[in-house]
Every structure is written in structure tokens, then in C-alpha cells.
Design a protein around this ligand. Structure first.
Ligand code: SAM
Length: 247
């Protein structure tokens, strides 16, 4: 291996982070678009098929904490209309504008006054549920969902690699980074295992994989834009301070 990641722990500033700014900033959002993993069609098809069991028309999906549309775009293939909502103006500014059945709005997951009660087939939280005010967001989901509507909550945990040396390197970096995670990140890292939802028909699927061809450089970018690296920096945009190179 001629490249390795060097972790400069002297720059860690855990606990010094304003969460309302964690996803703000054009730099953060642009790198987010380019380097966060894309979800698979298998995921969106599984969700759509589940929704269809009770509401076959798939008229409307709402994606809260949509980021720059990472979790929204794949739904557009299955739902007649999808509305992506995010509190971060820069995430929404970076969302695509050329998908006719997708609309993006700056807003709060628990306050959706522009959505009529009982009109939504799917309430989607892609890698976002752990950051949201959960009780209030679920109350808003109950208001906007049609009878028999679906709530989908998903995310991913540590990336892994099938090259053992790279895998060892990745695991040591991620383990170190996650040791500084704010408490909000824990449910996602535990794959929402402790989450109890008061709904019938609850299913979980731990089998799906996100498979990607990542170069070392891309991995560095992904680490830099990862939410937790923001916590370490205590600022909203990625900077090179956390990472270096060695031979
Ligand atoms: C980890 S990102 C996930 C983005 C995207 N859904 C994905 O799957 O990559 C979490 C997003 O939730 C947004 N967010 C955090 N709190 C929110 C709230 N109360 N209402 C709406 N969006 C929120 C953040 O701005 C951020 O873009």
C-alpha cells in the first residue's frame, strides 16, 4: 500500500459543535453530493413494493432530511410525486432541479404545513431519523400519512473493503472517528435496533448492501464530508486538517 490515512488527533474538538450548522455550507453540500454513497434501486423498489400492499397508487412520497436529494431521487421512479425537505438551505440548493416529479423545500421534518393531512403514501427518513426530533416528526408523519401509509427509516454504518489491509486501515479510522460521535448518531450506528415504533406491520431488513468502487482518494473525501468529521472539526465545512497522507 503506498497511501495511508493519517489521523491527526490533536485537532479533535468533541462536544464543540452546533448541530444546527452541521449540514450547512456550500462546501459541505457539494462534497456531500459527490462523495456520499448512492442508495440502490433495490432499496427503493423494496420500499415501493411494501407501500403498494396497502396503497397501490403511490401518489406521494415525502423525504424528510433529504440532504441534496440523495434519498429522494430514487423514489421518483416509483412515486408520482416526491417532496424532499431539509433544514439546510445549502443541501436543498444542491438538490437536482431537473427531475419533473421531484420538488425540494427547506423545512422541518416535524412542521409540514404545506402538506395536507392524509395525503402521503410514504414518509421517508434516509440516514436522517437519528438527527430529527423523533416524537414530533412521527406525530407529523401520522398527520400527513394516508391510512395504511408507510414510514421508511434507513441508513448505513461503517464502510468496509474486501482488501484486508485497506479494511484494517478503514476500521481503525472509523472506530476512532465514531468514538467521538454525538449521542444522536448512536441509533444509526446500532442500525436502529433499539428503536421502538408504535406501528403494526413493522419489518426490518439488514441484508441489503451498498456496493461501490471507492478509491482511496474518494474514501478520504467521504470521511471528510461525513457528519462525524464535522463534529470533530466543530465547523460546518470539510477542511484538510483531519487527514494527511503518509507513505
Ligand atoms: C445524514 S443527512 C442525510 C441526507 C440524505 N437523506 C441521505 O440519505 O444521504 C441528514 C440530513 O437531515 C437534515 N436535517 C437535520 N435535522 C432536520 C430537521 N429537523 N428537519 C429536516 N431536515 C433535517 C440535515 O440538514 C441533513 O441534510
Amino acid at each position: 500500500m503506498d497511501t495511508a490515512l493519517l489521523f491527526q488527533s490533536s485537532h479533535l474538538v468533541p462536544g464543540n459543535v452546533d448541530k444546527s450548522k452541521m449540514f450547512l455550507g456550500m462546501d459541505h453540500s457539494k462534497v456531500y453530493v459527490e462523495h456520499r454513497p448512492r442508495y440502490t434501486d433495490e432499496l427503493f423498489k423494496t420500499i415501493a413494493d411494501y407501500c403498494k400492499e396497502t396503497n397501490p397508487d403511490l401518489n406521494l412520497a415525502v423525504d424528510v432530511g433529504c440532504g441534496p436529494g440523495t434519498s429522494t431521487i430514487g423514489l421518483a421512479k416509483y412515486f408520482q410525486k416526491v417532496i424532499g425537505i431539509d433544514i439546510s438551505e445549502t443541501q436543498i440548493a444542491c438538490a437536482p432541479k431537473d427531475i419533473p416529479n421531484c420538488e425540494f423545500k427547506v423545512g422541518y421534518s416535524d412542521k409540514l404545513p404545506f402538506i395536507e393531512a392524509g395525503t402521503v403514501d410514504l414518509f421517508c427518513c434516509g440516514s436522517s431519523f437519528h438527527w430529527l426530533p423523533q416524537k414530533e416528526t412521527l406525530a407529523e408523519a401520522d398527520r400527513v400519512l394516508k391510512p395504511g401509509g408507510t414510514i421508511a427509516i434507513f441508513g448505513y454504518d461503517f464502510p468496509c473493503c474486501d482488501i484486508p489491509e485497506v479494511e484494517a486501515c478503514l476500521q481503525s479510522i472509523w472506530t476512532r472517528i465514531f468514538s467521538f460521535a454525538p449521542k444522536e448518531a448512536a441509533p444509526a450506528l446500532e442500525r436502529f435496533r433499539g428503536l421502538e415504533l408504535p406501528y403494526p406491520g413493522l419489518i426490518r431488513n439488514d441484508e441489503m448492501k451498498l456496493q461501490m468502487n471507492y478509491t482511496v482518494e474518494r474514501n478520504i473525501e467521504f470521511l471528510r464530508v461525513h457528519t462525524l468529521s464535522t463534529c470533530l472539526h466543530g465547523e460546518a465545512h470539510p477542511t484538510p486538517r483531519l487527514f494527511g497522507r503518509c507513505c
